[in-house]
Design a protein around this ligand. Structure first.
Ligand SMILES: Cc1ncc(COP(=O)(O)O)c(C=O)c1O
Length: 470
């Protein structure tokens, strides 16, 4: 690895044109990040044409140095049934600030030269990296500045301030926040610490891999969530060095598949990203150093659908009593979705690497998870408007133990029959089988039933049923 204690020599290359945050040129290359005078802003630790690979020794050095300030988190056998795998959960969401990011942040801060420890560091982040850097900056008495875009969650901004950091809320998105941070780094002599691509960050994240090998014997596979690629780079290097036959599997959300795109292109490349439950993974381009280190070591990449992430969050709460953010649940999501069936009968470690989920997002995830599992059902049924019509519907639902969460009835817009009323119901069932039982029962008893968001009424599939329809 290069001598990273050297002060950054910011390269200033003239780049005409105004700054365009995260925009791409026609040939899908990112528009260079430039300052107000049009000079290119470069992070000297992450240079496109000179990617730096970290070594196993970097990771062992990190493990030794961060030991006293990082929690050695448990890695326990999962109680999840029916996966056909021997699953172990590495609970790094129990770190003080709720994610594995503390490992890299602490190591990067500890590796600064004394003079730089006095001057301080800067970074741009939406969340977990900022929290980790601010917390360990306070612990080690190193000044930390973080630039958080205006879209960053208020709770995370407040938490960073609580750790005594200089928090600048500026920039419409991460691209703009990063430009502001790089500009300040240049002006004030601060070191910019990229949250996934700085070599010390990757080495710090690799300590997770060392712990796993120590905690679980004979691992066959490790499943790692991938954002900018720093976590998988460090973990893959640690695990493959000590256990070369262990598979390394990376997981991304379908809404930000930037590692997938990099693999296809053979190099980091910009990918358009959409909002996702796994916001920690929403990085439009993986890091140059991370890609160079990780790519030769990754056996498989998987892209998961959002609904499986919601189900995984729900399962982790129900079965494991773990509150995990979307990014940390992607590994289980891939397993539940059947995308890793080749691991059946094998011993698999999942990295539950973050727990910073917004309470309102958590609420929505649980509802979506329940809906995706068929345990929360929505339907509209047309019943008789005579006294007892709705009571009869409720009795029908109660007869099979279905619980009503919401019920609304509507008369005015029914065109067909003056003696009918539409009843909209949201109800809870035990599982998919129970939901099927409910559907059949309703179709047997009512002529017009619509489930979910179907926009036309469906007739009962049980056409020759003998039961009387209301
Ligand atoms: C909880 C969580 N998991 C996984 C990741 C992915 O890490 P990396 O960006 O190093 O790939 C992040 C990144 O912020 C994260 O916050």
């Amino acid at each position: 690895m290069r001598d990273l204690n050297k002060k950054p020599s910011f390269q200033s290359v003239f780049a005409p044109g105004k700054f365009e945050s995260q925009l791409m040129n026609g040939d899908h290359t990112p528009t260079p990040m430039v300052d107000d005078e049009g000079k290119e802003l470069i992070d000297p630790f992450c240079i496109k044409d000179q990617p730096q690979k970290i070594t196993f020794q970097d990771i062992t050095s990190a493990a030794f140095k961060i030991k006293s300030g990082i929690i050695k988190t448990p890695c326990v056998k999962s109680r999840l049934l029916n996966t056909g795998m021997d699953i172990y959960l590495k609970k790094d969401f129990v770190q003080v600030t709720g994610s594995f990011k503390e490992r890299g942040a602490r190591y990067a801060l500890l590796q600064l030269a004394d003079e730089q420890k006095r001057i301080g560091v800067i970074s741009a982040s939406l969340g977990n990296h900022a929290l980790a850097l601010c917390y360990h900056g306070q612990e080690l008495q190193i000044p930390v500045t973080v630039v958080m875009p205006v879209v960053a969650p208020i709770m995370k901004i407040a938490a960073c301030r609580q750790y005594g950091a200089n928090v600048i809320v500026d920039g419409m998105d991460m691209g703009e926040a990063k430009r502001i941070a790089l500009k300040q780094a240049k002006e004030k002599g601060l070191i910019y610490i990229n949250g996934y691509d700085h070599p010390h960050i990757m080495a710090g994240q690799g300590t997770l891999g060392l712990e796993i090998i120590e905690q679980v014997p004979d691992i066959d596979a490790v499943v790692v969530p991938v954002g900018g690629g720093g976590l998988i780079a460090g973990v893959a290097l640690a695990v493959k060095t000590l256990r070369p036959n262990c598979m390394i599997i990376g997981v991304e959300s379908e809404r930000c598949p930037s590692y997938h795109a990099a693999r296809e292109a053979g190099k980091p490349t910009y990918t358009s990203i959409q909002s996702t439950l796994s916001d920690g993974l929403a990085v439009p381009m993986v890091g140059y150093n991370a890609f160079a280190t990780a790519d030769p070591l990754i056996d498989k990449m998987v892209v998961v659908k959002e609904e499986w992430i919601a189900i995984a969050i729900l399962k982790l709460i129900e079965n494991e009593k773990c509150i995990v953010e979307g990014a940390g649940a992607t590994g289980l999501a891939a397993i539940l979705a059947g995308q890793l069936d080749e691991l059946k009968g094998k011993r698999v470690v999942l990295l539950l690497c973050g727990g910073n989920i917004d309470t309102t997002v958590l609420g929505r995830c649980l509802e979506r998870g329940l809906a995706a599992e068929g345990r929360l059902l929505k339907f509209t049924v047309t019943v008789s408007d005579r006294p007892g019509g709705i009571a009869e519907l409720c009795t029908t639902l109660a007869s099979i133990g279905v619980s009503i969460k919401d019920i609304i009835h509507e008369r005015a817009w029914i065109m067909s029959d003056i003696f009918s009323v539409d009843v909209k119901v949201v109800c809870e069932t035990r599982d998919r089988q129970h939901a099927e039982q409910l559907k059949n029962l309703l179709h047997q008893n009512y002529h017009r039933v619509v489930f979910g968001s179907e926009d036309s009424f469906t007739l009962s599939p049980i056409a020759n049923s003998n039961s009387e329809k209301k």
